[in-house]
Write a protein that binds this ligand. Sequence first.
Ligand code: FDA
Length: 307
Amino acid sequence: MNPVRAMLLAMAGSSTWKKLLTGWGVTHRVVARFVPGETLDEALVAVRELNAAGMSATLSPLGENVTTEDEASAVTDAYIEILERIASENLDCNISVKLTVMGLDLGEEIAAVNLCRVLEVAAKHGNFVRIDMESSAYVDRSLNVWRDTHARFPAVGIVIQSYMRRSGDDVERLVADGAALRIVKGAYAEAAEIAFADKREVDAEYLRILDRLAKPDAGANGVKVAVATHDPSMLEHGRQLIDEHALVGWEFQMLYGIGKALQRELVEAGYGVRVYVSYGPSWYPWFMRRLAERPANLGFFLRHLLP
Ligand code: FDA
């Protein structure tokens, strides 16, 4: 892995760096590029703007692992509140959830019970919920919770990371299950034994997964695909597959504040585009992962330090 990326990902998990960087006003100014605000109201303003520009959205309040059932339950209530607000304001928006903030460290069952509470409300409003994929320690447990809950609530999706060596096998099982999949490259620091370290391999696997999902059996099983990347060559490949195979249920997804011109271009060309809007006060680890993804972001950050 690129040493700058490795350093930034290590800093994402460091409480010392967190204290130092979150104390600086300059960090807050840079973060504002990726996070539209700290409150749901501020995030909803961004969602309305995206909808007006012809894009769907997915809302994801930022949070960190919880350690008690009460905390997990409070986060679950917050997810439900978001679904209620989306419905009452009639927005084109779903939500993305993290199982670690719904109690996954306390047990799969606790996370699944909490997720079902969220899915019941989503079902009431005809909405959809995506389970984000976190670091490798959570992949099996996240897939288990997805499988458990999907049996009762079809409108729940999951994420596949192309840097994981196991992903090809996971995709085969998920195709058989008729899953709604978001395909990403992967954002965490992982050991070379389980994840491709070379970006070329991550990219090649990304394309292989898209090709696999474009096969007729996937569509016939009801598989839906979100091509979630800002990489122009991955986007182009996704476009070609959609056009060539007349794929339905495919959309493009990008992060708020990143690749805005690409987002507009896809909308103008008639493709479905959904923007992932993260918000909230716990933005530190999320922000560090965004810095790690692109050295230019680090330059942008450092330039703000100059008088
Ligand atoms: P890549 O990193 O190769 O970048 C390609 C180009 O995109 C860069 O050259 C640059 O131009 C631009 N770019 C990429 N990142 C940028 C940034 N931070 N700032 C500015 N420009 C940038 N991961 C995960 O592990 N679990 C998850 O659940 C999700 N969920 C998710 C949802 C959505 C909608 C997206 C778009 C991404 C995720 N991710 C994720 C993150 C994902 O794994 C990955 O880290 C980022 O998308 C960056 O990878 P790219 O595919 O953009 O390609």
